[in-house]
Design a protein around this ligand. Sequence first.
Ligand code: FES
Ligand code: FES
Length: 159
Amino acid sequence: MIIRFALNGEEKEIEAAPDRRVVDLLREDLGLTGTKEACGTGECGACTILVDGAARLSCLMLAIQLDRRSITTIEGVGSMEALHPVQEAFVEKGAVQCGFCTPGMVLASMDLLREHPAPTREEIRKGLAGNLCRCTGYQKIVDALEAAASHLAEKRGKP
Ligand code: FES
Ligand code: FES
């Protein structure tokens, strides 16, 4: 079937089997390998993308569910020249080690900060509970989210 959706701000029209997994469509058909797959069963958050701004697990989504939606993958967040404030905070606080969880963690963090612009540490822990990291011990990720929240608040305060 033909599926029409916005991908990182660009209109797309692609032919895909309606039951193709979104993680496969992104990585294999569209070459967007920033989206990772680890468990493949909805347990780890590595495959997180944003669908209309909300964090979703692309290993549990089917291509048909993309139709007429707006999708953001990590390739659509920031750039080498200008990182997104969440990415900047991850670097600043040392919240990236092997980096495998990082794309999903950044996208889930963006959704969390949209819902809770000034989250407590507890809200951060709960909000990212579905995103597993094998390396960092999580403290630095929580530190990064606190820093990102305050950077974003500063930005919003600017005229
Ligand atoms: S790969 Fe999708 S949740 Fe783990
Ligand atoms: S930085 Fe390695 S899994 Fe999170």
